[in-house]
Design a protein around this ligand. Structure first.
Ligand code: NAD
Length: 453
């Protein structure tokens, strides 16, 4: 069935109907219509899965997709135009230009933590660029996967856009097919599986992976605002955010004062972290994994768990060491380890000794510190004096580097991720220079050397 689906999408793509910009815009509008008309069903499904509130679902999932659709509809004409470039002298007379063409049949594999956004934002990019799409959402939030599959089958022709639901067997079967693009969001180990499968078919990939993203809090930071932003960003979605600050590296001269301010913020924002405003941990396996990371004697704040509710309160662990269990893998939950440092060079060296993070956040008011960190540390993207919010600016390409990912998307970066840029040298026939043809002579060589420079 999956093999047949890919075949049908390829045949559809080869009819060229997805290529006109008008068609793409129409499909983007259809996607928006689908989401708007069924918004309540989407709110209900995600609440059922892990108690995600309507407010959070709108601000971090649906609103995000609406904004992406609006941006793409507004700019896709311009993005799709052929771009003229200058022609070198040796080719005179000619025109040179670059044409963005869709890659073809795209496979998008989503993660569970923002199940609508991480599935459909790449779909928006793929459609804008003129591809057909098979989407495989994460199976963990079963209700969101189901509602998306039902709606997409109602609003779209499966030859153009369809959803295959399932887990490892279905994804493996999909990965055995020949696609023109694979866009994967998920963990590093599964990213390697996807990359390997893509390599067998020489399929281009975008890998949006994870990792341990540090928040460096320096002695010159604005303590009040920094604590407010850090607490919000860490515990949003109960810490189940790929770009959440994973751990805090804080200068020891301000550590106590800063942690006190974090407590003030946790209390001030407590309604965001309770009842229907705070999501559950996605499943029992993750609940168990996270619970084991809470070393009782290091709990500075929180540490409360409830297995039945899959609830873990916002938790800060103090005096954590680099060797501790919580510092080995991405946490992906509401636990914030705090490590203090005395010298920034040492802190930077520690970060650099580990895989390149997806995000890095620096809280400082010192220009030189900012320049130093931006210059010396490689990471996907991030913020100065803020965390997580860089993802909301679609003018910033979003992606990792090294272990945290390959490629980027959002805005024009998403369009580029699903496009091939075809370079054309377009020559008239009324003139042909004899320079490259026999007989070869010293004056020709001299001229060629001059032209090539
Ligand atoms: P995951 O890697 O377990 O699953 C991602 C997708 O891969 C799912 O659709 C799943 O069905 C499929 N999958 C799982 N195991 C597979 C296998 N063996 N073979 C083929 N397919 C398989 O990731 P997850 O738990 O859904 O998400 C959490 C991870 O994703 C974290 O590491 C997080 O940092 C990362 N993430 C990254 C971003 C980003 O934009 N960079 C966003 C969200 C999450």
């Amino acid at each position: 069935m999956i093999e047949q689906l890919v075949k049908e999408q390829r045949a559809y793509f080869n009819t060229n109907v997805t290529k006109p910009v008008k068609f793409r815009k129409k499909q983007l509008s259809a996607l928006k219509k689908m989401l708007i008309e069924n918004q309540q069903a989407l709110f209900d499904a995600i609440y059922e899965d892990f108690k995600k509130s309507k407010f959070d679902t709108y601000t971090t999932e649906l609103g995000f997709i609406y904004h992406d659709i609006k941006t793409c509809i507004k700019h896709v004409d311009r993005w799709s135009e052929k771009t003229k470039v200058s022609t070198n002298l040796i080719n005179f007379p000619a025109k040179s230009y670059v044409i963005a063409e869709p890659l073809g049949v795209a496979l998008i594999i989503g993660a569970w933590n923002y199940p609508y956004q991480l599935s459909l934002a790449p779909v928006v990019a793929a459609i804008s660029a003129g591809n057909t799409v098979i989407l495989k959402p994460s199976e963990l939030p079963a209700n969101t996967s189901k509602v998306m599959a039902q709606l997409v089958s109602k609003y779209f022709d499966p030859q153009f856009f369809t959803i295959v639901e399932g887990g490892i067997p279905e994804t493996s079967e999909l990965l055995a097919q020949k696609f023109d693009k694979i866009f994967f969001t998920g963990s590093v180990p599964v990213g390697k599986i996807v990359y390997e499968a893509a390599a067998k078919q020489l399929t281009p990939v975008t890998l949006e992976l994870g990792g341990k993203s540090p928040a460096i809090v320096t002695q010159s930071c604005n303590i009040k605002t920094s604590a407010k932003r850090l607490i919000w960003s860490k515990f949003l979605n109960a810490g189940q955010t790929c770009i959440a600050p994973d751990y805090m590296l804080i200068h020891n001269s301000i550590k106590d004062q800063f942690l006190e301010q974090c407590v003030v913020e946790l209390e001030a924002q407590k309604h965001s972290f309770s009842n229907d405003n705070y999501v559950q941990i996605i499943n029992n396996r993750n609940f168990e994994r996270l619970s084991e990371l809470i070393e009782k004697e290091k709990v500075f704040y929180g540490g409360t768990t409830n297995k039945e509710e899959r609830y873990i309160s916002p938790t800060i662990l103090n005096d954590v060491a680099w060797e501790d269990k919580v510092m080995q893998d991405e946490i992906f939950g509401p636990i914030l380890p705090v490590i203090s440092y005395s010298d920034l060079d040492g802190a930077i060296a520690k970060i650099k000794s580990r895989p390149k993070p997806l995000a890095l956040y620096l809280y400082t008011s010192d220009k030189r510190t900012k320049q130093k960190v931006l210059n010396e540390v490689s990471f996907g993207g991030g913020g100065i004096n803020d965390s997580v919010m860089h993802i909301t600016n679609s003018n910033l390409p979003f992606g990792g580097v090294g272990n945290s990912g390959l490629g980027a998307y959002h805005g024009i970066a998403g369009f580029k991720a699903f496009s091939h840029y075809k370079s054309i040298l377009d020559k008239p026939t009324w003139f042909e220079s004899q320079l490259k043809y026999y007989p070869f002579s010293d004056w020709k060589l001299k001229l060629i050397k001059k032209l090539i420079g």
